[in-house]
Write a protein that binds this ligand. Structure first.
Ligand code: C5P
Length: 308
């Protein structure tokens, strides 16, 4: 009997705090980061098929790689290998429905990989636990374990070692999307280059954790920080105008998301976010805007959203 297709919904991530240390011998940077999962969602459907492959629908579908370099497809290979299947002929077809900006610094590719792991675990009846899946996830990419976990979390190492963080409030965000993405390794490279001359660094993470525990968006707004922001702005100077326009429109604060170029603006409440989004979309400093809220849960099988 052919198993029924499995669909997983998976959120985007935003780094509320991203402290980048020096470059390691493996080329990665040591991070201290606070992730929050936001309600921009990709839907990933996996079915058994004699024609293995990957198709992409939704916004940014044209600029998403569909070959072996797609992280979701690499997740198939990884899990096939781990479960004694042929990674070259896994017998599955993936359909991605994109709601997360492509190459935007919101972890879209990582989220698709996390969703793929969860879906295949079910389709192939592997019965791997969350911890085992998280291990495979960490090998695939620094942000993949967080997409499985969701919520708000402190990440260390490459960002793959996670501890959940208490966040008392639902935060309301306006997300500004840009036309062309930025490549993450280039942004890290630019940061290394900028730091040869000077470079300020974001502060300690503890006050951010305290602000999250208090639940006051005004307190959190003062503490948002991203070491990659200067590098993203250096590569894409328009972002400076975008960040200013969001605050001028009434947001509490704005930040580049991860390696950019997406910018996220924290607002006092849901109504204010809708108002800021409308004003920002008329300012001509980004391609389009979205409203989102966080934290939301990590990757979930559709029909199974209430389980943890
Ligand atoms: O782990 P992931 O594949 O998402 O990382 C993409 C790229 O981002 C890496 O190849 C590296 O250039 C950069 N990176 C880094 N330090 C990290 C995470 C990512 O330098 N902690």
């Amino acid at each position: 009997m052919v198993p029924t297709p499995i669909t997983v919904r998976v959120p985007a991530k935003l780094n509320l705090h991203l402290s980048v240390g020096d470059s390691r011998s493996d080329g990665y940077h040591e991070l201290v980061t606070v992730f929050q999962a936001l309600s921009l969602i990709d839907e990933v459907t996996i079915r058994a098929s004699d024609e293995p492959g990957l198709e992409v629908h939704g916004e940014g579908a044209d600029s998403t790689p569909t070959g072996a370099d797609n992280l979701a497809w690499r997740a198939v290979g990884e899990l096939a290998r781990a479960s004694g299947r042929d990674p070259e002929d896994p017998g599955v077809r993936i359909s991605l429905n994109k709601g997360i900006p492509v190459a935007g610094g919101m972890g879209g590719g990582s989220s698709d990989a996390a969703a793929t792991l969860l879906a295949l675990n079910s389709l192939w009846r592997l019965e791997m636990g969350r911890d085992e899946l998280a291990e495979v996830a960490g090998a695939l990419g620094s942000d993949v374990p967080f997409a499985l976990q969701g919520g708000t979390a402190l990440g260390t190492g490459r960002g793959e070692r996670l501890v959940p963080v208490l966040a008392r409030h639902t935060y309301h965000w306006v997300i500004a999307l840009h036309e062309d993405g930025l490549r993450t390794p280039e942004v890290y490279g630019e940061l290394d280059r900028l730091r040869r001359n000077s470079g300020s660094r974001v502060g300690d993470v503890e006050p951010v954790l305290e602000a999250l525990a208090s639940g006051d968006p005004r307190e959190l707004a003062l503490l948002l920080g991203n070491d990659l922001q200067a590098a993203a702005v250096s590569l894409r100077p328009v972002l400076r105008r975008t960040l200013r326009a969001g605050v001028d429109a009434g947001a509490l604060a704005g930040i580049v998301s991860g390696s950019g170029p997406t910018c996220a603006f924290l607002c006092t409440d849901a109504d204010e976010a809708v108002r800021v989004a409308a004003e920002l979309s008329g300012a001509g400093v980004c391609r389009t805007v979205r409203v989102a809220q966080g934290p939301v849960p990590g990757a979930r099988l559709v029909g199974d959203e209430r389980t943890d």
